[in-house]
Design a protein around this ligand. Structure first.
Ligand code: EPU
Length: 424
């Protein structure tokens, strides 16, 4: 098991290149299943979730290989057994995104129930209902979903999600590309990663368009071709480095992201008094040392373009340094406040009003501690707290951070942080 040892109190400065977005690339890898041709993805982050997805797809019988560092080549020839192994689903919930592409391409697929994880129950009923609306028969038995399409393939349908679901929208879109007729998806997710997936599908020859803010229309085609697509920058990694700069009162320029994708976060920065300069044309964002005290704010998570659920835990660290009482209301997941307990060990004053609401009183100086957590974004949260704390912190559970952050310690060290990965 590995741990991070971090000695805080060093203002970060310099430039950091943001990697490709985890929550886009995993779905794009699945999109490559829609064609027999080769697809190339560029700006692919070196994170363990990509490695797991690659392993899953290779196990199924697809060809996935890294070329030239940040590119991935994928080719999905016919497979005898459209089957996703249980081990894969246990490691990564996102493997469920293979449902739509495999069902529409091969007419059948067997996938394990991905179950929940550390942030709540996370059911897949909306994914299943969307496939059923397109004519699929799905039987759940012994922990597996056995899905089959009618003999002539899936057919277009009107799907309206009861609440916004990112991966549900993506699964429905992917399935609809090769279905017969038109699919209309209402109450669709608007995350930039969804639109980047639409751009890739468009390049593959799909007839797909966002016709209203929350409506996507797909006209099925007989076949798709290969595409060469560059993955957009990871807005969640960008926000993590922006907080790292702000919390250490440093000055850091982030490159490789579109600042407009961070609008709701930057609006919170404005309310708190975190100085920043965005350059949309250059795809950069600069965080500047703030003069004066940070202000407390109330935030509520919402689907994009609202404030991202993935970001409430990291923001909480900054709120411990703001003057006054801040509140954080998590509306998307039911169990995403685990970081509070660990931050309290480091000196934060956080009261959990209920399982979705935290009240944070600041400013409170943070100090080093031994902490750990089993979730990606909560792991990043502890790193941020340790960067701001006096003294040394030891953070366990960092394999969860490696799932979604490319070489986080190397990037932080280059900005002047004192962080080491140790074998424990
Ligand atoms: N939901 C259902 N039934 C479903 C699907 C979703 O009830 O069939 C509920 C969920 O339980 C949740 C809400 O709908 O309450 C929204 O969940 P959503 O489906 O949007 O989440 P997701 O697609 O599974 C993605 C990201 C998450 C991110 C959420 C919300 C990927 C691989 N994951 O999950 O990212 O938090 O959208 O934006 O894209 C992360 O990167 O750390 C992460 C957890």
């Amino acid at each position: 098991m590995q741990k991070f040892v971090i000695t805080g109190g060093h203002p970060l400065s310099g430039e950091v290149r943001i990697a490709g977005a985890k929550n886009a690339v995993l779905k794009m890898m699945a999109a490559a299943v829609l064609t027999d041709d080769r697809c190339t993805l560029r700006n692919v982050p070196k994170i363990s979730d990509v490695a797991i997805m690659r392993e899953v797809m290779t196990d199924i019988g697809f060809d996935v290989r890294r070329v030239n560092g940040d590119a991935l080549e994928l080719q999905a020839h016919d497979v005898a057994w459209p089957f996703v192994p249980l081990e894969a689903a246990l490691k990564m919930r996102a493997s469920f995104i293979l449902l739509g592409p495999m069902l529409t391409r091969f007419g059948r697929v067997i996938l394990p129930n991905p179950g929940g994880d550390r942030i709540g129950r996370r059911p897949v009923n909306f994914h299943v209902a969307a496939m059923e609306a397109m004519g699929a028969t799905i039987v759940y038995r012994n922990g597996y979903y056995f899905a089959s399409a009618p003999t002539r393939g899936l057919r277009g349908a009107h799907i309206e999600f009861p609440i916004v679901t990112v991966m549900g929208t993506e699964n429905a879109m992917l399935a609809a590309t090769l279905a017969q007729g038109t699919t209309v998806i209402d109450n669709a997710a608007r995350e930039p990663e969804v639109d980047d997936l639409i751009a890739m599908l468009d390049a593959m020859g799909a007839r797909i368009e966002r016709t209203a803010e929350r409506r996507i229309e797909v006209e099925g085609v007989a076949s798709l071709r290969g595409a060469d697509h560059r993955v957009l920058g990871d807005r969640l990694e960008a926000e993590t480095f922006a907080i790292a700069a702000a919390i250490t009162r440093g000055e850091v320029t982030l490159t490789g992201i579109k600042p407009q994708h961070l609008a709701s976060f930057l609006e919170v920065c404005d309310r708190m008094g975190v100085a920043h300069e965005a350059d949309a044309a250059a795809s950069t964002l600069r965080i500047l040392p703030s003069h004066g005290a940070l202000r407390a704010v109330d935030v509520q998570t919402d689907p994009y373009p609202g404030f991202a659920t993935d970001f409430q835990a990291p923001l909480s660290v900054l709120l411990t340094q703001a003057t006054g009482v801040s509140t954080v209301h998590e509306t998307i997941f039911e169990d995403r406040m685990d970081h509070a307990r660990e931050l309290v060990k480091m000196g934060a004053s956080i009261e959990l009003v209920d399982e979705r609401r935290a009240r944070i009183t600041g400013p409170t100086p943070l100090h080093g501690a031994e902490v750990g957590i089993a979730d990606l974004r909560a792991g990043a949260t502890l790193i941020l707290a340790a960067l701001a704390a006096t003294g040394t912190s030891v953070i366990s559970g960092i394999e969860h951070v490696d799932r979604g952050y490319e070489q986080i310690e190397a990037k932080l060290v280059a900005l002047g942080a004192q962080i080491n990965r140790i074998e424990a």
